[in-house]
Design a protein around this ligand. Sequence first.
Ligand code: ADP
Length: 384
Amino acid sequence: MKRVGIIGGGQLAWMMGDAAKKLGVELVVQTPSQDDPAVSIAQETIFAPVDDASATEILATKCDVITFENEFVNLDALSLLAQKGVCFRPRLEALSPLLDKYHQRCYLRDLGLPVPQFFALDELEHLKSKMRYQSFPIVLKSRRHGYDGQGTFIIPDLATLEEKANESVTNKTFSQPLFLLEEFVPFERELAVIAARSVDGEIVSYPVVETQQEQQVCRRVIAPAQITPNQAAEIKAIAHTLLNSLQVVGVFGIELFLTADGKVLVNEIAPRTHNSGHFSLDACETSQFEQHLRAVCGFSLGNPALQCTSAVMVNLLGYENSQSDYQSKRQQLAKIPQAHVHWYGKTESRPGRKLGHVTVLLDNQHRDRLSAIAHTIESIWYPS
Ligand code: ADP
């Protein structure tokens, strides 16, 4: 029996529950609140924020290996634990170049991987003077702690840039007023791939998917993406280069842009399981969650192939402040043929919060049907 510690107890940890049972693995979770989704599937929970390294020290006494569902940790404090022999998978060195978006871009560029043009900006004044030479729109990103589009701003002109930068400097949500500025990529589509690397260095990757964002938050994922075999091979090669270079053990998600002239650029690396891989729970022989546990436990990797022709995954995002469990909407969603509804059991809904997702499997790939199904799900879920 293996005991795996997970830093973070959100839906990504919760979705490891069934895989853990299947593999005979016990999960111990470090998460701040009794209401967090993974508390219900954990053998034991340590109630503490994810960046509380003294809690992680206690977590380490209870398990064989520690992994992450949330990367907003205190790496310096965790490295002291690693020096004392605590086993982190992926290792901390695989996370350290990635947690700051500017460092991440530099790391990818230095590996020779294609990324958008970017530069760092530490001070507002510097930023303003630099902007006079740039064309708009441009993308301003908080270097740390961005997720679901929080901290990513598409800036149409200099006035908005000044306004945003001022706001961000004074706004307490930005503990460090450090930005990354990058070219706006007029992408044709956004793509993503989930890849896993085992202790022995074996790598598998899932089919490349198309992700559709609204207001910078993922709304839909279509598997597989309709791309050329060359593009798929290029993306697979990017995943191999990255996972090998970082000597990753576990699952990583890679988000990409595909431009109108067929160029692939890496947007962002998630050093963990990722929303773009949720379809794998129902559509693949081995889900990304099982794959991650297999990798971090030192087991051989499973088959990532699709077991159906195609699948569409739609996020159920909160659209109001409420404590409803939306039971009747969930029942309606479950009636859609080949639909699998996953509800994360969060006790409070807020606009934009990820409350669950639905995956629908299709035997015959038909683009029109995928969009129509996504539309049906959204018209049941969102009030008109
Ligand atoms: P987060 O870490 O919050 O997910 P991302 O960097 O992935 O932030 O950005 C969220 C979304 O914003 C992307 O999925 C994309 O739609 C849009 N976006 C981000 N960077 C760019 C860019 N350079 N050009 C165009 N759109 C972008």
